[in-house]
Write a protein that binds this ligand. Sequence first.
Ligand code: ATP
Length: 295
Amino acid sequence: MAIPLLEVKNLVKRYGTVNAVNGISFTISRGTCFGLLGPNGAGKTTALEVIEDIIPPTSGEILYNGAPKSPTFREDVGIQFQHTTLLNFMTVGETLLTFQKLYREVESFDYMVEICKLREILGQMNNKISGGQAQRLMLALALVNKPKLIFLDEPSTGLDPQARRYLWEIIRGIKEDGKTIVLTTHSMDEAEYLCDEIAIMDHGRIIAQGSPPQLINRYCEGGTISLPRENVVASLDDLPLPYREENGRIVIMTDKVNTGIEKLLAMKIDLSDMTVHSPDLEDVFLNLTGRKLRD
Ligand code: ATP
């Protein structure tokens, strides 16, 4: 069996009495995108920082290519931090060139510019670029030392939907070029779109792990049909399926959406303004913890 690129074994990080990371284990295969998904404070950034070698663990083991991390580990990895300050008086192009000077082995300037879609803004000052453009520049900076493994800490936080989508396509492109990616996110749609494997974290622990479809199949059943409360003129007790009331709507749970709709039609319930929801990672988290990923 191929040795995984990264193996994390029983990792613990304590801050005083806070168990920020409380015994997590997982392996990451080459060429995949692995996501740590969880709410604020779940321990994702702490886990990432320990794996990146930025802070020491309290206990646990991390193997890179099957062996404890050597001093050259840092040359093999690229990091996009949650917050990075760019120098205002430099252009985007100058920033890339400056970072290239910091490493022995570097990625080609043109590759970084092309893959991160920076060509049109190379001459712009760093303080004049948009949030999405800044994130693309940070991504390019994470590629500058030609890393095999890239860490992205909440890469699209704060971006508008269009800029997020654009960034996701770029991240996919980087993975298709053979890089291994580890990212943290509290966005389930980001995790679903980008990750081959996800570890859902809560209170420092991994509470579920698998590919997005595996997690949905394992922890969610069927879907929901939502209707305005006033559409259900019959007594709610007559509804043939379990339901809950939510913001003036009746949310009906059903194993099979088609059968559920047939039952409602048979009761002559008005289906106008009906919405149907198939389960997603948000539901996985809700079913596992009783809480929403983001309140
Ligand atoms: P977010 O999505 O908000 O970034 P997270 O999942 O990345 O959250 P962490 O930032 O890793 O979570 O924090 C995990 C826990 O550890 C939190 O309770 C946090 O307050 C605590 N923590 C993190 N860093 C420190 C520190 N340097 N000193 C003390 N406690 C810390």
